[in-house]
Design a protein around this ligand. Structure first.
Ligand code: ZN
Length: 210
C-alpha cells in the first residue's frame, strides 16, 4: 500500500513493491495485465485469509482477556490463515481451526468492505479424549470449554444435566458473574454474589451484587 503512494508519477512499473517477495500475495488488487480486473467482493464471497487486514472489534478485544475464553489474537490469526471457512446464516463467515482436540471458532464481518473485522471468537470441544490427553489443556480447561458451550447452545434453556458432570474450580466470567461448579451440582455458582444458575440467560439477566 505504501509503495503505491510513493509512485505518484511513474506508471505501472512491474514489481513496484520491493517487499513483494515470492509467496506473499499482494495486498492491493493486481494491476491490469495478466489477471482480470478483480470482481467486486460481495457478502457471499469467502473472507480473505490475511489476518493483517482484520481489525478487532471491542467485543472481541474484551473477550480475549476473559478467563476461560482461550481465543488469543495469535490463534485467531492462525484460524484465519489455515482454518476451515464456513458460512453460517446467523452470523456470517467464520473460520474454524482444530488444535489438540479443541475447535477455535473465529467470526469475521464486513468481509466485502475495506474494513473487515474480527467480530468474536470462542472454543468448542472437538474431541474430548484428544483434548484431555494433550498437554495443552488441563481438565479444568476442557470442562470450562464444554460448560460454556453447553450454556450457550440454548441460552434460554435450563441445562442441569449438562452442568452436573462438569468440574470447574477456577471461576470464569459469564455476563456480570464469575462462575464455577462441582461435579454433582446441577447449577453453576457465582463466586462473588453466590447466585446459582442453570441457564445462560439466567446469568445474563441478573446483575452481580458483589
Ligand atoms: Zn455474581
Amino acid at each position: 500500500m505504501a509503495s503505491r503512494q510513493r509512485r505518484s508519477g511513474a506508471e505501472k512499473a512491474p514489481g513496484i513493491g520491493t517487499q513483494g517477495t515470492v509467496g506473499t500475495p499482494p495486498r492491493s488488487p493486481p494491476r491490469t495485465g495478466d489477471s482480470p480486473t478483480p470482481v467486486r467482493r460481495g457478502p457471499e464471497d469467502p473472507p480473505v485469509r490475511d489476518p493483517a487486514i482484520y481489525a478487532q472489534t471491542d467485543h472481541f478485544r474484551g473477550r480475549i482477556h476473559q478467563q476461560g475464553r482461550y481465543v488469543s489474537p495469535s490463534v485467531a490469526s492462525e484460524a484465519i490463515e489455515r482454518g476451515q471457512i464456513r458460512w453460517n446464516t446467523s452470523d456470517g463467515w467464520r473460520f474454524a481451526l482444530v488444535r489438540d482436540g479443541v475447535r477455535f471458532v473465529v467470526v469475521v464481518g464486513d468481509t466485502d468492505t475495506s474494513s473487515p473485522v474480527v467480530v468474536t471468537g470462542w472454543t468448542e470441544i472437538d474431541d474430548w479424549e484428544t483434548a484431555v490427553g494433550s498437554g495443552r489443556w488441563t481438565p479444568t480447561d476442557v470442562n470450562t470449554i464444554q460448560l460454556r458451550a453447553d450454556l450457550s447452545e440454548s441460552p434460554e434453556k435450563q441445562v442441569p444435566d449438562r452442568i452436573r458432570p462438569r468440574a470447574v474450580d477456577r471461576p470464569f466470567e459469564l455476563g456480570d458473574h464469575r462462575i464455577r461448579t462441582e461435579p454433582g451440582e446441577s447449577h453453576v455458582t457465582c463466586v462473588d454474589c453466590g447466585g446459582q444458575f442453570r441457564s445462560k440467560n439466567g446469568i445474563l439477566t441478573r446483575h452481580c451484587r458483589r
